[in-house]
Design a protein around this ligand. Structure first.
Ligand code: SF4
Length: 360
């Protein structure tokens, strides 16, 4: 049994709840004693090579969610380097072709009415399935301070932009005052109606959601918060408290999961995740089919499997708990909804159509 029994520095109840402590004490070295056990020297070498290409970072909190008795633990799978990430893979590094839609460095404008500001390349925990691995594996380290005036000028000059998505990396690795400076600048642009933050903090470092952060975010509403829970094991007392604090500040919280082989590609697990999100009042918004991004091949299921799973769930669960299963694609077509293409659903529709036609 490969039990990860990594030992953290002295922990007290107070510093465990302090996000700076969590961030500072992230596990970042695969050779950290007790992290990988029962590995041969050759296997360890491959893990180290993987972490050289795609760095490792796991918060103590996220690490504590691992069930050490489960060899194939879904948390471990999402954050432990796996040599499969560096096997030959022809998938692109930038599957959504974001780099060709950057009028300003790290600022993506793919759809006319919204844009994406990548405000940092750092994350609290690096997700092995991330579709922006290219940013954090080889950070360009252009500071936000240096880019912000250009971003603001671009948005100001494009009145069709009504929504700005603040993402990364994880924007909640930035300090409160840096975030506030950004929010002030964006709110000063009259045509920006909606701000959106994309962050995994509620799942991987929920103590980042502090009363002060909530007070700041509240000042810049309408502000929407999208997070990423991928497995019911991530829904804990702490993550639920973090989401609740945001909601109490008037910030709607939605979830965008990624369909991941060995993590959530079973109807039972997905149903538990969706029910769990519903219980903490987080709206299941999207289930993304895993992008064909380099280094993530071992996470991808095929679309038919995903559609069959979603159909199974659709037949059992209330509509409030159903995310839209989508494929994100480059180009102007945007996200393609996959659930409505199911053959079985089409057959169902045909079967009932005559009833509706009769009254139309
Ligand atoms: S937090 Fe988001 S950007 Fe960071 S590694 Fe995970 S998925 Fe990628």
């Amino acid at each position: 049994m490969n039990k990860a029994i990594f030992k953290f520095p002295e922990t007290t109840k107070t510093n465990w709840q302090d996000w700076h402590w969590q961030f500072k004490n992230r596990i970042t070295r695969p050779e950290a004693p007790g992290l990988f056990l029962n590995k041969s020297a050759a296997e360890m070498e491959r893990i180290k090579q993987t972490a050289t290409v795609y760095p490792l970072a796991i918060t103590p909190y996220y690490f504590s969610l691992i069930n050490q008795d489960n060899e194939t633990d879904p948390i471990k799978r999402q954050c432990f380097p796996d040599f499969q990430e560096i096997l030959p893979d022809e998938s692109p590094e930038d599957p959504l072709d974001e780099d060709s839609h950057m009028p300003v460095p790290k600022f993506v404008h793919r759809y006319p009415d919204r844009c994406l500001a990548i405000v940092t390349e750092i994350c609290a925990t690096y997700c092995r399935h991330c579709n922006r691995k290219r940013f954090w594996s080889a950070p360009r380290k252009i500071s936000l301070k240096a880019r912000l005036p250009q971003m603001i000028r671009y948005i100001s000059a494009n009145p069709q932009i009504r929504e700005v998505i603040i993402s990364g990396g994880d924007p909640l690795t930035l300090e409160d005052h840096v975030l506030e400076e950004l929010l002030v600048s964006l709110r000063a642009i009259p045509h920006v109606e909606i701000l959106r933050i994309g962050s995994r903090a509620p799942a991987v470092m929920p103590m980042r959601i502090t009363p002060n952060l909530c007070r700041i975010l509240k000042r810049y509403r309408p502000l929407w918060f999208n997070t990423q829970f991928n497995h019911p094991q991530e829904i804990t007392k702490e993550s639920s408290r973090a989401c609740n604090m945001l909601q109490e500040a008037g910030i709607p919280v939605s979830n965008q999961s990624v369909l991941l082989k060995g993590v959530n590609d079973s109807a039972e697990i997905m149903k538990n995740l969706l029910y769990g999100l519903q219980k903490i009042s987080v709206r299941p918004y999207y289930l993304f089919h895993c992008d064909p991004v380099r280094g993530c091949k071992h996470f991808r299921t095929d679309i038919k499997t995903g559609m069959a799973m979603m159909e199974n769930i659709w037949r059992q669960c209330s509509g409030l708990s159903l995310p839209q299963y989508v494929l994100d694609v480059p180009g102007s077509t945007g996200k393609i909804p996959l659930n409505i293409m199911s053959l079985a659903i089409k057959k169902d529709l045909q079967k009932h159509q005559h009833f509706f036609d009769k009254f139309t």
